[in-house]
Structure formats: structure tokens, C-alpha cells
Design a protein around this ligand. Structure first.
Ligand code: TYM
Length: 333
């Protein structure tokens, strides 16, 4: 059966190793499987839930599209587009927000984290953002949604919204209930400076993350400065449980090398972190630097990127417009 894949990445700059290992690397594998129909969206409507500089936003949109392509997504196989070019996303979001109970949204932990103590000042958009995400997915009848672990709760909400819509309007199976594709291992990459904090674009310390645009020297430097503990690397996974920084670095090494944590521990068990760091810096540079060089090349060719996004938006519009018309008919417009 053909899998319909949909996923999105926010154009908020500083795409990092967490985005790559948690999501984009999987997008590439899915893109390479002929059986799949893939759609990858630069979710600019999501980005404006927090304040953005208008010039920076435009360049971040292009850079995110460039990152998809530089990582290996082939725009002749997969649809790449930006969300604001397809009006059905916002329309669908409004309609679904009238179906989703406040109680469901009140449970979203990411809103609580992002809004922090100053909840009263957070935008309404940030609060209903998971409903926009549901609209993104449901408009395309996506069967599978590849994401990092931090998006799991939002996908559960999408599934609940789809079930509720189908039940409320007695249209069984009209909105397709998608399956999350979250890798069992290494789907939550942590900060290089604090193994208990997620690697994130918004961390004020650039040393906390490897950006996909970092040069070889920057990667080597960041790995060198990554936090570790003072014990040697253990031989078995059980002993990593209370050592978050060690677990993170070994996880990153395993994920980027496409091998199990067990195999990595066989290689490094009993050794010091300096040994791991040398090899980690080497493999990260060899995998990330070509992507970073390609991003630079592509972002210099704005016309090429704009054409890809335009072509993608035309194709996405065709699919989403049909679905939103059906939705409107079902609800009685
Ligand atoms: P965003 O832009 O924050 O992140 C893009 C993808 O990267 C993953 N990710 C991580 N994975 C592992 N470790 C990390 N430290 C890490 N940080 C980020 C995210 O899980 C995500 O898969 N709401 C989404 C974007 C979105 C979307 C969608 C996704 C909008 N509509 C529809 C899927 C389907 C977000 O903000 O991702």
C-alpha cells in the first residue's frame, strides 16, 4: 500500500542536529522509497506564533527548503512547499479549532514550555498551534507522519480531532487517522551542554547545538566542548541510565553512524570520552559538512528555491483545496 507521508519543519533558523536526526534524516529515507508519496512543508504559519523579523523569515523559509534538498530530499519525487502559500491550512485550522475542546489543548505540554511563566502574553496562535498542525496533516489524508519525540503529543491530538470530526459528522473514515513515525531510538537529541535539555533552536548558547550550517571547525570545537562526566564509557546500556550527557553523545554517534547503541558501546566501552569525541567530531563533520556546503550553494540561488516552492505549492494546493471543499460541504457550508 502506498504510504502518504506528511511532515513539517518551522523556518525559524538554526536548524540543528536534533532536527536532522529526529526528523529530516527520516524524511530522506521515506523520500527514497518508491512506494511513498511524500509532502514536506516549510511551516511558516507556525513560525509566526512567536515574533519573527520579516526579512529574516523570508530567508529562513528558503534556507529550510534548501536544507531539505541539501539533506537528500528530491523535489522531483516529493512535494516541497511553504504553508502560507496554501490557504486551506488556515481555513482547515479554523474549522477544526471549532471542533477541538479547550480541555484537549490545555493538556499540551509544549505550549506550557514555550509560553513559560508569561502565559498571558503568549499569542493565541501559539495556544492553538497544534490544531493548525492537525489541519496540515489531515488535509492530505496523510497515513504516516515522521517527527521527533517532542511532537508525539501533537500527533495524538491530531488523531483525536480526526476521530471526533468523523464521529460528530457521521462520516466514518473521512478524515484519515495518521500514524506517527517516531524512531524508537535517538528520537530526542539533547543539548550538548545539558543532557536533560532538548537540543533546541532557541537555546541562547550556540555551543548547545550543532547547526546544519556549521563548518567543520565549528563542529569539532562544539564536540570538544560538549559536557561529559568523569567516568569512563560503560560497556552496557543499563549503566547509562543516570548519565544523560554520556547517553546523548553515544546516541548521537550511533544515530549518525546508523548503528545500535549496543554496537557503539562495544566500540567505546571502557574508553575515555576524548576517544569518543575525536571520532564523533570526525563522523559528524563528514556527514554534516557536505549538507552545510550544499545549503550555502542552494541559498545563493534564490530563483531555483523559489521555483521549487512555487511548483510544490501548486501541487499541494490542488490536493488541499479538494479536501477543504469536502470538509465545508460536510459541515453544512
Ligand atoms: P520543529 O520545527 O520544532 O522541528 C522539526 C522536526 O524536528 C524534530 N526535532 C527534534 N528531534 C529530535 N531531537 C530534537 N532535539 C529535536 N528538535 C526538533 C521535531 O520533532 C520535528 O519533527 N510542530 C512541528 C512542525 C509541524 C509539523 C506539522 C510536523 C507543523 N505541522 C505537521 C509534522 C506534521 C514543529 O514545530 O517542528
Amino acid at each position: 500500500m502506498t504510504k502518504k507521508i506528511f511532515s513539517g519543519v518551522q523556518p525559524t533558523g538554526n536548524l540543528h542536529l536534533g532536527n536532522y536526526l529526529g526528523a529530516i534524516k527520516n524524511f530522506v529515507e521515506l523520500n527514497n522509497d518508491k512506494e511513498n508519496d511524500c509532502i514536506f512543508c516549510v511551516v511558516d504559519l507556525h513560525a509566526i506564533t512567536v515574533k519573527q523579523d520579516k526579512y529574516q523569515l523570508k530567508s529562513n523559509i528558503r534556507e529550510t527548503a534548501a536544507t531539505f534538498i541539501a539533506s537528500g530530499i528530491d523535489p522531483s519525487k516529493s512535494i516541497i512547499f511553504n504553508q502560507s502559500e496554501v490557504p486551506a491550512h488556515a481555513e482547515g485550522s479554523w474549522i477544526l479549532s471549532c471542533m477541538a475542546p479547550m480541555g484537549w489543548l490545555n493538556r499540551m505540554t509544549q505550549f506550557k514550555e514555550k509560553a513559560g511563566k508569561d502565559k498571558e502574553k503568549a499569542s493565541v496562535g501559539l495556544y492553538i498551534y497544534p490544531v493548525l498542525m492537525a489541519s496540515d496533516i489531515l488535509l492530505y489524508d496523510a497515513t504516516h507522519v515522521p517527527v521527533g519525540e517532542d511532537q508525539k503529543q501533537h500527533l495524538e491530538l491530531t488523531r483525536d480531532i480526526a476521530h471526533k470530526f468523523n464521529k460528530d459528522f457521521k462520516c466514518d473514515d473521512f478524515l484519515k487517522v495518521p500514524e506517527p513515525l517516531i524512531k524508537e531510538n535517538f528520537s530526542r537529541i539533547m543539548s550538548l551542554k545539558d543532557g536533560l535539555k532538548k537540543m533546541s533552536k532557541s537555546d541562547p548558547s550556540d555551543l548547545s547545538r550543532i547547526n546544519l550550517t556549521d563548518s567543520k571547525d565549528e563542529i569539532v570545537n562544539k564536540v570538544k566542548k560538549a559536557k561529559t562526566d568523569s567516568f569512563p564509557i560503560p560497556n552496557d546500556e543499563e549503566k547509562l541510565k543516570s548519565r544523560p550527557e554520556a547517553e546523548n553523545l553515544l546516541g548521537i554517534f550511533s544515530s549518525i553512524s546508523n548503528q545500535t547503541l549496543g554496537k557503539t558501546l562495544d566500540e567505546f566501552g571502557g574508553k575515555n570520552f576524548s576517544d569518543l569525541k575525536v571520532q564523533l567530531a570526525e563522523i559528524l563533520s563528514s556527514k554534516i559538512s557536505p549538507i552545510s556546503e550544499e545549503i550555502k550553494k542552494l541559498t545563493n540561488d534564490q530563483q531555483y528555491l523559489d521555483n521549487i516552492l512555487l511548483e510544490g505549492a501548486n501541487k499541494a494546493n490542488e490536493i488541499a483545496r479538494k479536501k477543504i471543499l469536502e470538509i465545508k460541504k460536510i459541515i453544512g457550508f
